[in-house]
Design a protein around this ligand. Structure first.
Ligand code: ADP
Ligand code: MG
Length: 138
């Protein structure tokens, strides 16, 4: 699984019409789309996805934001997918994101930061299984 990662285009970027530009940066960055869907998280599902952050002060705000509108979820494939995708998206806080990263170009704030990227191979698998069945992967 070390060649796959899970991304979401978050509600702020969807609302602003950035999904096409973000998918373009992803494919130009050398990632192949294995699976892709547009969906909307309920607060319960968003809470489940971000369970690891439940003790963080921003958890409530994060759940509210992530369930506020549709998202696009996708499994991406590339050698060293997790590490390379974290490089492509840039720092959590877009104020610290490098030039040429997705968050530098499209994020609004540290909370509304346009995209998600898995932080480990283990979480890439857990998060991919959260959104996609085997029949949805090609
Ligand atoms: P990343 O998405 O870069 O892996 P984290 O896993 O630390 O970042 O946080 C998960 C998500 O929670 C972030 O992408 C962002 O949407 C939100 N978040 C992180 N830090 C803050 C913060 N200080 N205030 C508000 N929201 C935050
Ligand atoms: Mg994270």
């Amino acid at each position: 699984m070390s060649n796959q990662t899970l991304t979401m285009i978050k509600p702020d970027a969807m609302k602003k019409g950035y999904s096409g530009g973000i998918l373009d940066m992803i494919t130009k960055g050398g990632f192949r789309i294995v699976a892709l869907k547009q969906t909307k998280l309920t607060p319960e599902k968003a809470g489940e996805f971000y369970e690891v952050h439940k003790e963080r002060p921003f958890y409530g705000e994060l759940i509210e934001y992530m369930s506020s509108g549709p998202i696009i979820a996708a499994i991406l494939e590339k050698e060293n997918a997790v590490t390379d995708f974290r490089k492509l998206i840039g720092a959590t806080n877009p104020a610290n994101a490098e030039e040429g990263t997705i968050r530098k170009q499209y994020a609004t704030s540290v909370a509304e930061n346009a995209v998600h990227g898995s932080d480990s191979d283990d979480n890439a698998k857990i998060e991919s299984d959260f959104f996609f069945s085997a029949l949805e992967r090609f």
